[in-house]
Each structure stands twice: as C-alpha cells, then as structure tokens.
Design a protein around this ligand. Structure first.
Ligand code: GLU
Length: 450
C-alpha cells in the first residue's frame, strides 16, 4: 500500500480506537484512494489525507429538558462541521440512545463524500443527541427539540451549516427545531434546516427522496447490466422513511418489496409490501410501536420469523439494506454470497461491515453499490430545498423528481467513470469514493491551508 496512505490509516486507528465506526468509515473510503494518491504525490506534502479525517470543528453541548411529570433530564448534543470546502456544512441530526462522538464523526465523514457526489455545493456535517425518542410524548419531544436548538442556533445558518433529519428526527422534530430557531433569531431564514413541512418551505418529494433516489440509482445499475426492474423481488431491511420510499417507487415501476426486517425479526410478504393499505399500516405501526414489525405479518397474514434477518433468502433478486449501520456482518455476507442474489444495493449509511463488504465485492456474480452514492438523493433534494428557499420559489413535484432522477443518473455515471479512469472496471464502490474525494480534494487544495 502507498506509504503515506498507510501512515494516515495507522494514525487514525490509533487515535480513534474508541470510535470504531469512524475508523471503519475512514478505512472504507481511503482503501479506494490508493491510485489517486499515487497520481498526486503533492497531497502528502500538505497532508491532505490527514486533514480530511480531522473535522474542521466539532462541538458538544448540554440539552436539558423537562418530562411531562416535571422531572428534568440532561442529554448530550453534538454537531460536527466536518468539511466546508465545497459548500455550507450539510447533514442530518440523529436522535438515538446509542449516539456518541464515533457515530456523529463517521456520519459526518461519509456525508462529506456523499454530498460531493450530488454535484451540488454542500459540505459535510452531522449532529445528534443521545436522547432516546422512544415512548416520549409530543410535548416532551417539543421541549427537547427547543432546548436542543437553543444550544445550537448561534452556530448554524443558511450559509453556515444546514441540519436536517436522520434517525429519530422526522418532519415533526424539524418543525419544532425550526420554530425555535425562528423565535430565537427573529428572522425568516428557513434555509437553515431542510426536511421542513411544505407549508413553511419544505420541498416536494423530500420525504420520498432517499428511497426514490435509491430506486433510480438501482435502475441505472440494471440498465448497465441490460436488465430491468420489472418483476424484480426486493428484500429490504428497515421500514422507516427510506424503506417506505423504496416500497412505493419499486411498486410504481413494476417491482415489489417482498421482505422487510426490523428489530424483532423479519416479514416475508410474497405478494409485495405495496398499495395504500399496507404502506399506511406501516406508518401507523411505526408511530405506535417502532420496535416491532410482527404486527404487519399478523394483519396481512404473512410469514414472520422472529429474532433473525432474511439475508441469504433465495427467492429474492435484489437486496437493499436500509435500516442502520453494520446490519450485514461477515456471517450474513457469506449467506448472501451463497444465495446467488446478484444485486446488493446499500442504502442506509454504512450498512455493511468492511469485511462483509470486501467479501461481497469479491463475488464475480454480484454487483455491489455503495450507500454514499445510493442514498445521496436524500441530501441532494435537501440541497434543492435550500435553493428554493433562497430563491423564495416553490418547485413542483415533477420538477423536483426530474432533478432527482437526473442527479442519481449523474452519480452513477460519474462513479462508474471514476473507477474506469483508474482501470478498476465497473467498480461502483471505489468509483464513488474516488469521485466524491476528487472534488473535495480539488477545493481544499485550491483554497490553501485550512
Ligand atoms: N440524514 C440524511 C443523510 O444521511 C439527510 C441529510 C440532509 O438532508 O441534510 O444523508
């Protein structure tokens, strides 16, 4: 391996041994960059790789809130402004019990390359809290969001840093966060946050964008393979906002999601998880009991298998892990490889461990597509929301959808071209890392020391 690259990786491993997710994300991206670093020896002199793994700024703050019984609680909040070379920091907020620096940093690092891939001027950022939204009342969520924004508002802005949703942060939380920002600043700066409701500046198609974008990207892969989406059976994990978008768009294009997995096990619905009744039931199920997908199987009379995942099932054509990080480990990857499925399309951020990803990429019969390209339509449409807000315009669903479709086709084409340019063939994983890196690297070099 290139000596400089090796040195930076060893340094990251040592410095961040307490943040395994961050080390994993850096290793995944940097392992694709060897040919680029060989071609650009000037990067070593300015320590470009070392700079890129150090967030420009990361801070933590206290978030104190009062529950409905009058008891006060103290949580930790973070915002990581990872890389602002190509635009204002942009990335979501994750509210989940297991959040700590390592999760925020890995997400911020990934976001930098993902945002670069969209082709739009957005830098990389991420934030969140170890607040657990499970079982909280609406009023508790509101008070938490208000307290969170009270700590954050002075460090963000439409041209500074633009948060959005992620796990645990949906349209409701975005509304409360924005309401508090507006109250504190006394200005109408709705471009400060994305994922807003339509009535106060949200974009059409934003709720669907990540899932729709993933399916558009999948269609590009299928086109490359002289294949089509029609009649395909898709296995997803998760049944949150992203999986919901996949279910809807897949059905619209003549495919169907036949498997979904949750924390309690998996569901097999050979007729397809589609149609208004089933999709509405999932929304209801998520709102009332987010940790269980068994109620879906009970309601629609299909198979539920507790405490396991469906990875490795043979009666499926495409796999799309859309739940969370490290969902597919080496053991699952071995089963997936043995099942003969051809398409492994990552959707969630870092859903595959690095050893599992290496195993899948080594399978001659498989095509592997990386999350930072596949899920980039979400943040891409967030950038379109920012454009609409700054222009004080509202685009139609058709306009946003057409731009999303084009964005996903461009990401696929640019990734494939980047891999091709370095003699790597149709390697979408390496191609996305290289294409995402090159733009940020160029911008950092051009701007000098920072
Ligand atoms: N949290 C999403 C992501 O992982 C969306 C971020 C955004 O829209 O800023 O990309």
């Amino acid at each position: 391996m290139n000596a400089y690259l090796e040195r930076v990786l060893a340094d990251v491993k040592e410095k961040h041994s307490h943040e395994p997710e961050f080390v994993q994300a850096v290793e995944e991206v940097y392992s694709s960059l060897e040919p680029v670093i060989e071609k650009h020896p000037e990067y070593e002199k300015v320590d470009l790789l070392g700079r890129m793994v150090e967030p420009e700024r990361m801070f933590t703050f206290r978030v104190v809130w009062c529950d409905d019984s009058g008891q006060w609680h103290t949580n930790r909040g973070w915002r990581c402004q990872f890389n602002g070379a190509i635009g204002p920091y942009k990335g979501g907020l994750r509210f989940q019990k297991n959040v700590y620096e390592g999760i925020i940093k890995f997400l911020g690092f990934e976001q930098t390359f993902k945002n670069s891939l969209t082709g739009l001027p957005i830098g990389g950022g991420k934030g969140g809290s170890d607040f657990d939204p499970a079982g909280k009342s609406d009023a508790e969520i509101m008070r938490f969001c208000q307290s969170y924004m009270s700590a954050l508002y002075r460090y963000i802005g439409p041209d500074v840093d633009v948060p959005a949703g992620d796990m645990g942060v949906g349209a409701r939380e975005i509304g409360y966060l924005y309401g508090q920002y507006r109250r504190l600043k006394g200005v109408w700066e709705n471009g400060v946050i994305t994922g807003k409701g339509f009535s106060y500046g949200g974009s059409r198609i934003r709720p669907e964008a990540t899932g729709y974008g993933a399916v558009y990207y999948l269609c590009e892969v299928l086109k490359h393979e002289n294949d089509t989406i029609e009649g395909k059976r898709i296995g997803v994990s998760g049944y949150g906002n992203v999986a919901w978008g996949i279910m809807k768009k897949a059905a619209e294009l003549g495919a169907k999601v036949t498997y979904m997995a949750g924390p309690d096990g998996y569901v097999h619905d050979p007729d397809g998880i589609c149609g208004e009744e089933k999709l509405n039931f999932i929304l209801h199920m998520r709102a009332t009991d987010p940790m269980h997908c068994k109620p879906y199987a009970d309601k629609f009379g299909c198979k539920f298998v507790p405490d396991t995942k469906h990875w490795g099932a043979k009666d499926v054509d495409i796999l799309m892990p859309a739940a969370m990080q490290n969902d597919v480990t080496l053991e699952w990857a071995e089963r997936i490889a043995a099942s003969g499925v051809k398409y492994y399309i990552e959707v969630a951020n870092m859903p595959t461990t690095n050893d599992a990803l290496a195993l899948l990429r080594a399978q001659k019969h498989m095509i592997v597509a990386p999350c930072k390209a596949v899920n980039a339509g979400g943040v891409g449409v967030s950038a379109l929301e920012m454009s609409q807000n700054s222009e004080r315009l509202v685009w139609t669903a058709e306009e946003v959808d057409a731009q999303l479709k084009k964005m996903m086709a461009d990401i696929h084409r640019n990734s494939a071209a980047a891999a091709e340019a370095y003699g790597l063939g149709y390697d979408l994983v390496a191609g996305a890392n290289i294409a995402g890196f090159e733009k940020v690297a160029d911008a950092m070099m051009a701007q000098g020391c920072f």
